[in-house]
Ligand binder design. Structure first.
Ligand SMILES: C[S@@+](CC[C@H](N)C(=O)[O-])C[C@H]1O[C@@H](n2cnc3c(N)ncnc32)[C@H](O)[C@@H]1O
Length: 252
C-alpha cells in the first residue's frame, strides 16, 4: 500500500487542504512574473486535486498525476462534484509521461521531499523537462533542512478535527538529513466507532545548490528561488523554497 492511500479520505478534512488554498493565489502571482506559453498544466503529485481544480475552473486543460490511487479518487470525486474536467493518472513521478507537452508543471507541498536520493530527484526533473513545451515552466516547492531538523525534529504532533485524530511522531537523522514521520490516524466511522490507520512517511531536504544542480542537469534553467509564499529570495533560515525553472525555447 502506498503512502497517503489510507490518509486520502481524511486528507482535506484534517486541515491539509489549507496549504493548497494558500498556494492558489501565490501561483497566480508567480505566473505574472514567470509567464507560460499556454493554458495547459500538470499538477505532479496532485493529491486530492485542489490546485488542479482551481486551474480547471479558470479554463485550463489540467492533468494530475499521483502515486496514490485513493488520493486521485478524492480528486476525481471533487471534479465530478464541481463539474470540472481533470485528466488523472496513477503514475510514479520519477517515470511519468503525458500525452502531449504542457506549458506549466507544478509539484507542491513537500512532494519533492519524498524523493530520497538526488538521483530520484533529478529523474523527476528529467521527466518534467521532457513533458514541458519549449519555454514551459516548472514550479515546485521543497522543505528545507530547517523544517526537517528544527521544526519537525524529534517530536510528537497531534491534530484533532471533527471525527479525525492524528498522532505524528517525527524523528530526524542528522547525518542523512532524513526525517521520518510515523502517523497513526483515528477516523470516526458511521457507527460512531473509530478505525485506526498507520503510515510511515520519509522526507529529505537537499541543500539549495544540489536542487539547482539537479534542475540544471535535467535541462531546466532556474529562473528564481523564492521564500515560499513570498516573492523574495530565501533567507538563510527559510523553511520552504519555491523553485521556478524554465525549459529553454527552440533555437531554430
Ligand atoms: C503532501 S502530499 C501533497 C499533495 C498535493 N500536491 C497538495 O498540495 O495537497 C504529497 C503527495 O505526493 C504523492 N507522492 C509521493 N511520492 C510520489 C511518487 N513517487 N510519485 C507520485 N506521487 C507521489 C503522494 O501520494 C501525495 O499525494
Amino acid at each position: 500500500m502506498a503512502i497517503y492511500d489510507q490518509y486520502a479520505k481524511v486528507y482535506d478534512d484534517s486541515g491539509q487542504i489549507a496549504f493548497s488554498i494558500k498556494m492558489i493565489p501565490y501561483l497566480e502571482g508567480l505566473l505574472q512574473l514567470h509567464p507560460v506559453p499556454g493554458c495547459t498544466m500538470l499538477d505532479l503529485a496532485c493529491g486530492t486535486g485542489t490546485v488542479a481544480l482551481s486551474f480547471a475552473k479558470q479554463g485550463w486543460e489540467v492533468y494530475g498525476v499521483d502515486a496514490s490511487q485513493p488520493m486521485l479518487d478524492q480528486a476525481k470525486q471533487k471534479a465530478e462534484q464541481t463539474s470540472q474536467e481533470l485528466i488523472l493518472s496513477q503514475q510514479d513521478m520519477r517515470a511519468f509521461v503525458v500525452p502531449h507537452r504542457l506549458a506549466l508543471i507544478t509539484c507542491l507541498y513537500d512532494s519533492l521531499n519524498y524523493m530520497l536520493s538526488l538521483g530520484d530527484l533529478t529523474q523527476v526533473f528529467r521527466c518534467v523537462a521532457a513533458a514541458l513545451l519549449p519555454d514551459g515552466v516548472f514550479m515546485g516547492d521543497m522543505n528545507t533542512r530547517v523544517t526537517l531538523e528544527e521544526v519537525w525534529g524529534n517530536n510528537t504532533f497531534f491534530v484533532e478535527r471533527e471525527g479525525i485524530a492524528l498522532v505524528m511522531l517525527s524523528s530526524f537523522e542528522s547525518q542523512s538529513g532524513l526525517s521520518t514521520v510515523d502517523i497513526a490516524g483515528f477516523v470516526r466511522q458511521d457507527d460512531g466507532r473509530y478505525s485506526r490507520f498507520d503510515e510511515h512517511h520519509a522526507e529529505i531536504a537537499y541543500p539549495d545548490e544540489q536542487v539547482r544542480a539537479a534542475l540544471e542537469a535535467a535541462g531546466l534553467q532556474v529562473e528564481a528561488a523564492y521564500e515560499c509564499f513570498h516573492f523574495e529570495p530565501p533567507e538563510e533560515d527559510a523553511r520552504r523554497i519555491m523553485w521556478v525553472a524554465r525549459k529553454p525555447g527552440d533555437r531554430r
